[in-house]
Design a protein around this ligand. Structure first.
Ligand code: NIG
Ligand code: FE
Length: 412
């Protein structure tokens, strides 16, 4: 029932105000060094010095010696596409030889290639593939992910994907927050009559998915040749009427007004933002939208066009970092890799990157009251990393620092 973790060089608590952190707050990690924790019934009871925790340890308490390592909250990965069949490793090779992501999509590959494979897969097959990826997330120190549908693009196949996400949440120790992304692409059977696909999303898919409580959020891929800002407005407005939280893929491959639309709709997040300009950043600030930055997709597409993360932090936006794990643009489940990219390519300090990957991410999923920091009453999702200094998480890259991973106080 009780667990004590003692002998920690640093307990990186992220304790602070009960809201997403901005500007210098992003550098305040609430470190207790050296420190120890007491966990009772799956919740954090106390973080304090070793002597203080020692006084609370009774005979029934299990004691874990962290051996001078550090403890962090589990990473919260607020943007992933973790349910799909097959891979796109053939397209990976085509891109190495010079084809672009958009060219591959225009000739029927890209998202559509994963849609074809996912439609052909059974629910059980999707769950089996998803379990392999769940193990990857957990091993890398991630304990919660936001999980999008979007490779079904029909009522039946989108529901199949969201049921797979529900089963993965129940059958693995990883926590899944489901997002409906039926507006990921216009499927080929609707290309000549796209307004009918928007009607299908608004009049049939959204009502059923909301009624069956299969998703908490709705997302739209707003981009040239995908969904226009007008279409995104219609879909997201309808989603809001069904009580879903709003997210949007915005300005990923071009500056297309996605960030401004996010601000107009006051979505919870605007994601990607590689091409968002100063005006877009100001609009996000005014509307209180959280940017979710995905450097893994910039890296894996062989681009160097990273989002203007520094300007966003300096403007006071509560930045979030995520993997964008998916088979096309970002085949990594590793938040540690994302911390390295954020530091080296986007000039976030290790502390800012950790805040963006934990507490700010938890707020972007409406879980800030339960997850993302090690404070009394919060869920004991935590990771012992094999280092004595949190900055090394972003510094030594290509290393899996996660040594022991706990979800709800149970070791995985
Ligand atoms: O976030 N941009 C759209 N969606 C994904 C890519 C999905 C895919 O290529 O399968 C992204 O990068
Ligand atoms: Fe994405």
């Amino acid at each position: 029932m009780t667990l004590a973790i003692v002998n920690c060089a640093q307990v990186v608590t992220l304790a602070g105000p009960a809201r997403p952190r901005v500007r210098p707050e992003m550098r305040e990690l609430g470190i207790v060094a050296p420190g120890a924790l007491l966990i009772r019934d799956g919740l954090i009871e106390r973080v304090a010095s070793a002597q203080e925790i020692q006084k609370l340890i009774d005979r029934d308490c299990e004691v874990v010696d962290a051996g001078g390592r550090i403890v962090l909250p589990g990473f919260v990965d607020a943007h992933t596409h973790p349910v799909f069949a097959g891979t796109r490793v053939d397209e990976f090779e085509q891109r190495i030889k010079g084809a672009t992501y958009q060219e591959i999509a225009a000739r029927g590959g890209g998202i559509q290639s994963t849609v074809n494979q996912t439609r052909a897969a059974s629910l059980d097959e999707l769950v089996a593939a998803g379990k392999r990826y769940a193990a990857w997330f957990l091993r890398g120190g991630t304990t919660t992910i936001e999980a999008k549908s979007g490779y079904g693009l029909s009522l039946e196949d989108e529901v199949k994907m969201l049921r797979a996400i529900r089963r993965l949440d129940q059958e693995t120790p990883l926590r899944y927050v489901p997002t409906f992304l039926g507006a990921h692409s216009v499927p080929p059977e609707y290309r000549a009559r796209r307004s009918e696909y928007v009607s299908l999303l608004v009049d049939e898919m959204l009502p059923q998915i909301a009624q069956q409580k299969l998703a908490e959020f709705c997302d739209v891929f707003c981009e040239q040749n995908v969904f226009t800002t007008d279409e995104a407005w219609q879909i997201l407005s309808a989603a809001r009427c069904h009580g879903l939280g709003l997210r949007i893929h915005a300005d990923q491959l071009s500056l297309g007004g996605g960030a401004k639309l996010a601000a107009e709709l006051e979505t919870i997040t605007a994601d990607h933002l590689e091409h968002t300009d100063a005006e877009g950043i100001a609009a996000l600030k005014t509307a209180g939208v959280q940017p979710v930055l995905l450097p893994g997709s910039v890296y894996a597409l062989g681009s160097s066009h990273y989002p203007a993360a520094r300007q966003m932090i300096d403007a006071g936006l509560a930045v979030v970092l995520a993997t964008d794990f998916n088979p096309g643009s970002s085949p990594t489940p590793s938040m540690l890799t994302i911390l390295s990219l954020a530091a080296t390519q986007m000039k976030l300090t290790p502390a800012e990157a950790i805040t963006a990957a934990t507490i700010n991410a938890a707020y972007s999923l409406k879980r800030g009251d339960q997850l993302g920091s090690l404070e009394p009453g919060k869920v004991a999702d935590l990771v012992i990393h094999d280092t004595g200094d949190y900055r090394e998480l972003a510094y030594f890259f290509g290393v899996n620092h996660a040594w022991q991973v706990y979800a709800g106080g149970k070791r995985i």
